[in-house]
Design a protein around this ligand. Structure first.
Ligand SMILES: Nc1ncnc2c1ncn2[C@@H]1O[C@H](COP(=O)(O)OP(=O)(O)O)[C@@H](O)[C@H]1O
Ligand SMILES: [Mg+2]
Length: 206
């Protein structure tokens, strides 16, 4: 299947729903190893993003991702705004030129998003950041030739859960060194919501 404009709109809306529902949980996770604002940051950013996408009309997935990127970058304080913003901007650029998005193009988009996140945040996989979810998801996408909702959901979930046992090297949690072990990375949990929402959209589109 291809990711159509309506799928992309649904993806952003579903992500926002999960983030609003789990806003306090995300902030509690961030309170344990950061400054406690991740829920607020993500809730504000995605609420604004949905405000933008639902009040606009689109002919391409690329334009949706671009509006999401611009909104997240301008409305979200904290590290996560520019990082998610960069991710959506890179995905927008990677899928530009066609109205809908093939699995191959989307995979390329996730790869570019990760490159952008690394360029901005200088973290790598294993540093207990949202890259610990994005990178296994990319590997899974690269191993497959079409969208597979269940593997997407499972991969993102187990990757998110794995951040618990890891010591933070980047982000605020890195100040805690060993004491960051035993806590989930907040940004990995919000990234799990993002990919779990995409998995739901893909299932509905089948
Ligand atoms: N340098 C980085 N590279 C990648 N992701 C990062 C980096 N720094 C922080 N993050 C992600 O951002 C999340 C924290 O976001 P948030 O609380 O909104 O911003 P802040 O850390 O500025 O308070 C972390 O859980 C982590 O996943
Ligand atoms: Mg924070």
């Amino acid at each position: 299947m291809e990711l159509q404009v309506q799928h992309a709109l649904n993806w952003i809306e579903k992500t926002n729903e999960k983030i609003q529902t789990n806003k306090d949980y995300l902030s509690a996770l961030d309170r344990a190893i950061g400054d406690g604002d991740h829920g607020l940051n993500m809730a504000r950013g995605f609420q604004e993003a949905v405000g933008k996408t639902t009040s606009s009309s689109y002919t391409s997935v690329s334009d949706i991702f671009k509006d999401v990127a611009m909104t997240l970058m301008s409305k979200v304080g904290g590290a996560s705004g520019p990082l998610y913003g960069t991710a959506f901007l890179k995905m927008s650029m990677a899928v530009k030129g066609e109205d809908s998005v093939s699995h191959e193009r989307f995979t390329k988009g996730v790869e570019e998003a990760i490159n952008g996140i690394i360029q901005r945040g200088k973290a790598k996989e294993g540093d207990k950041t949202l890259l610990d979810v994005w990178t296994p998801v990319l590997r899974m996408l690269q191993e497959q030739s079409d969208f597979e909702a269940d593997s997407l959901e499972n991969t993102a979930k187990s990757a998110m859960e794995s951040t618990k046992d890891v010591m933070a090297i980047k982000g605020r949690a890195a100040y805690l060194k060993e004491r960051s072990i035993g806590h989930l990375d907040p940004g990995s949990v919000s990234s799990y919501y993002l990919f779990a929402s995409l998995a739901e959209v893909l299932k509905e589109g089948e």
